[in-house]
Write a protein that binds this ligand. Structure first.
Ligand SMILES: [Zn+2]
Length: 318
């Protein structure tokens, strides 16, 4: 007599983990508008229909932010060593080589000097396309060198983060970069050099837990996930229902972790304002009405006034 044995191991009360959606990288995941690459590049990779912010590579980000022809790259030749001879499904050296071929980058961060809105700066940008923007010894070293460069030139550091966190293939060497980059930011503070941190989607793990969260001014792009662990992991661990915007830039703005959520199309204009104020110029009086209205006296505008007075040596009164 045959018995039917159930082999169904699904648990109906749990949602299946989301499957990666198969779509063209230039198709908007929200409204499904499709763009030619040159068209998308032209509009700073922001969907013209719904405002979705597509990912931006490290070099294209520099093109978007800095004045044409002003970027001079530093330390482009830094490459990771593999002292642990790490192997998962592939060797670490194979993964590095594949990432370099795919992105044209030596690692997940590009640094250099440039001019943004007429102001000399040091720029550091991350590339999620290079092993998930993970931070290993090269990203840590490049960020630290960017800080050194900003101190040496006495110009602000502008960093755009996009990272899945520490690079597991480098193990403790990757985790050590958290302490190293935090110490580098500390050196910036000691030297009185401003640091503007821009958080792009996604910035998680060891990067949001170190330098990306330490800007004197922290800006984030709309919809950017910026949390130590992703919502699914937190949900599974705590077994609590999380708000829909858990870990997103907008929630972090409400909680005070970021100063402003700035659409990519307004980023250069906002940097012009910020770098002016941080450079000791009274641009704070020119803060557009709508910015003042959305942020209020206790928000970044108030902090900007404070920073401006601080750099001028005023007492902060009046
Ligand atoms: Zn769209």
């Amino acid at each position: 007599m045959a018995h039917n044995i159930s082999v169904d191991i699904s648990r109906p009360d749990e949602d299946p983990p989301p499957q990666p959606e198969r779509r063209h990288p230039n198709t908007c995941p929200v409204c499904h508008s499709h763009y030619r690459d040159d068209e998308l590049r032209e509009r700073l990779r922001v969907c013209g229909q719904c405002g979705y912010h597509f990912p931006v590579g490290a070099r294209e980000r520099i093109e978007q932010l800095v004045e044409e022809g002003t970027f001079v790259e530093h330390d482009a030749d830094l490459r990771s060593a593999d002292p642990l001879a790490f192997v998962d499904l592939k060797t670490y050296t194979d993964r590095l080589a594949a990432a370099e071929l795919a992105t044209g980058l030596g690692d997940a961060m590009v640094i250099g000097t440039a001019s943004i809105a007429g102001r000399p700066t040091v720029v550091a940008t991350m590339d999620f396309g290079f092993m998930g923007g993970s931070m290993g010894s090269v990203v840590g070293e490049k960020f630290a060198r960017a800080c050194d460069l900003a101190i040496a030139h006495d110009v602000p550091l502008v960093c755009v983060a996009a990272s899945g966190g520490a690079r597991m293939q480098e193990n403790i060497l990757a985790l050590m970069q958290m302490a190293k980059t935090v110490a580098a930011v500390d050196a910036l503070h000691e030297a009185g050099v401003p640091f503007v941190s821009i958080i792009a989607h996604p910035t998680t793990g060891g990067v949001i837990a170190s330098f990306a969260a330490l800007g004197d001014v922290a800006l984030a792009e709309p919809g950017a996930l910026m949390s130590f662990a992703g919502p699914r992991v937190v949900q599974q661990t705590t077994r609590e229902t999380l708000p829909d915007d858990f870990g997103l830039a907008e929630a972090n703005l409400r909680l005070g972790h970021v100063d402003e959520v700035v659409p990519r199309t307004e980023l250069v204009e906002r940097l012009r304002l910020l770098l002016g104020v941080l450079g000791g110029e009274p641009h704070v009086e020119e803060v557009p009405e709508e910015v003042a209205a959305t942020n209020g006296a206790g928000g970044p505008l108030g902090r900007l006034r404070h920073l401006w007075r601080f750099r001028r040596g005023d007492d902060g009164q009046g």
